[in-house]
Design a protein around this ligand. Structure first.
Ligand SMILES: Cc1cc2nc3c(=O)[nH]c(=O)nc-3n(C[C@H](O)[C@H](O)[C@H](O)COP(=O)(O)OP(=O)(O)OC[C@H]3O[C@@H](n4cnc5c(N)ncnc54)[C@H](O)[C@@H]3O)c2cc1C
Length: 356
């Protein structure tokens, strides 16, 4: 039994990108499936709550003590299997591997499919939770299987891509099965032959300015140019976590872009005839940029509430500037309230709130 490895009263704020939150009464660094199973048994035996922590980049932790056990995922390793036809590469990656290091690994090896997701912080195991996405790609497009531990039975389980029930910034792991499965490995299927697909107009335009980018150069060079360009765009918006950029002390986008049906969109246009509402048709309805709604509701980049604020470089990012979780959530509520008052649209929070 690894009770001796369980630590007490560990501050959680340094383990998050927001640098917010109280301590965990119990804390276990998990390097193996066995550590996870024993951690869950410990929580069950002591009748305490447990919570999984990855890279802490999509998590808002309360200021108060978490009275349970935090399981910090540190399972490491990448295993690659070439498929029979030799055209795709299957890579099974342990949940604790840092996502962005995996993206660089794929770029170096000429594996196509995750290059537009460069610069996103966090761990591999968290990527299926909210179907991480950016610049025209999301992980749903390349996930083959998700391996997890069922906290109810303590048995390993495997989900196919379809079984994960992926949607826009969501999956079964964030909805119906929230807090049930601990993801231990993710298997990705990446192409070794298809050219990279650039679906996002801003990225396509910026890529033409990259001095080394030409469509007929070796695939690894093309992928590196895409990665460089994505990271450069993201840095301009403080969307890459850097110690020297106080605007990156965030969870990335705080709100999801709302998707409304045609009737609601028409009503919105009728109520606001003087506004040209930006909108994008999707398979699920009409997507309206949350950043535009927030700005129309009277907020601006750099808007401050006590010691938290809207990023100077991105209206969707809320930044900790020496504040507290309570202040951050109050600012988020103000924004939601104003947008609801003005447009009758309820903005949904993207990051997860750790329960106490
Ligand atoms: C500057 C910045 C930019 C960002 N840009 C993007 C972006 O472009 N696109 C995007 O989609 N996201 C973005 N994010 C959000 C975040 O990086 C991703 O959601 C990331 O996948 C979270 O990973 P994590 O390991 O840090 O998860 P954590 O924050 O540690 O956890 C998030 C949630 O997942 C759960 N979880 C974590 N690991 C596991 C596991 N192994 N098994 C079960 N549950 C688990 C946690 O319990 C929690 O509920 C950004 C964040 C920041 C700070």
């Amino acid at each position: 039994m690894l009770v001796h490895r369980i630590q007490h009263n560990i501050p959680l704020a340094p383990l998050t990108t927001l640098r917010l939150g109280g301590c965990a009464r119990w804390f276990l660094t998990c390097h193996t499936l066995d550590h996870l199973q024993q951690g869950l048994q410990f929580a069950k035996a002591h009748k305490i709550p447990w919570y999984v922590l990855g890279g802490g980049s999509n998590l808002i932790i309360a200021d108060e003590l978490f009275p349970g056990l935090v399981l910090h995922i540190q399972l490491l390793g990448i295993e690659s299997i070439a498929t029979a036809c030799g055209q795709d590469q299957l890579l099974t990656v342990q949940a604790g591997e840092p996502w962005d290091e995996f993206v660089q690994f794929c770029v170096n090896h000429g594996f196509v499919g995750v290059e537009c997701l460069s610069g996103i912080p966090g761990s591999i195991g968290a990527t299926p939770i909210q179907n991480v996405g950016a610049y025209g790609q999301d992980v749903q497009q390349c996930i083959e299987k998700v391996f997890a531990l069922d906290s109810h039975t303590l048995e390993p389980v495997v989900f196919t891509n379809t079984q994960c029930q992926f949607g826009y910034r969501t999956s079964r792991f964030k909805t119906i099965d929230s807090q049930r499965f601990i993801i231990t490995q993710v298997q990705f299927r990446l192409s070794t032959h298809a050219p990279p697909c650039i679906a996002y107009p801003e990225l396509a335009e910026r890529l033409t300015q990259h001095p080394d980018y030409r469509p007929n150069t070796p695939i690894t060079q093309q992928l590196q140019c895409i990665r460089d360009t994505v990271i450069a765009i993201r840095r301009g918006k403080s969307m890459v976590v850097r110690m020297d950029d106080p605007n990156s002390r965030s969870v990335g986008s705080f709100f999801i872009n709302p998707i409304v049906d045609q009737a609601s969109f028409t009503k919105l246009q009728t109520h606001h005839p003087s506004l040209s509402i930006p909108h994008f048709p999707t398979a699920d309805g009409i997507k309206i940029p949350a950043a535009w709604l927030i700005e129309q509701a009277g907020f601006h980049k750099g808007y401050r509430y006590q010691n938290v604020k809207i990023s100077d470089h991105h209206t969707l990012a809320l930044v900790n500037d020496g504040g507290t979780t309570e202040q951050l959530l109050t600012l988020a509520q103000h924004i939601q309230q104003q947008v609801a008052n003005q447009f009758e649209i309820q903005l949904t929070r993207e990051p997860v709130l750790m329960p106490i």
